[in-house]
Design a protein around this ligand. Structure first.
Ligand code: FES
Length: 75
């Protein structure tokens, strides 16, 4: 790479992806979400109510049912 350092992404086991910010996230519908935090937690579990950003919902038990977006096995 010339003139730019690599962006560091840290994968948190069973948690978010931590990305050095600020970041712009482009969603499948083309909308853009901006975070100017120095470290941004991106949701990898699809449970966040603030998707694409992590809201710590991953800490709840259960996983989304494949293709449904619903969380099963909570308790
Ligand atoms: S990874 Fe934290 S809410 Fe999805």
């Amino acid at each position: 790479m010339v003139g730019r350092e690599a962006t560091r992404v840290v994968v948190v086991p069973d948690g978010p992806l931590l990305v050095e910010g600020p970041v712009e996230v482009v969603l499948p519908d083309g909308s853009v979400r901006l975070s100017e935090r120095p470290v941004v937690a991106l949701c990898a579990c699809r449970r966040s109510r603030t998707y694409p950003f992590c809201d710590t919902s991953h800490r709840r038990r259960g996983r989304p049912a494949p293709g449904s977006g619903r969380v099963v096995g909570q308790g």
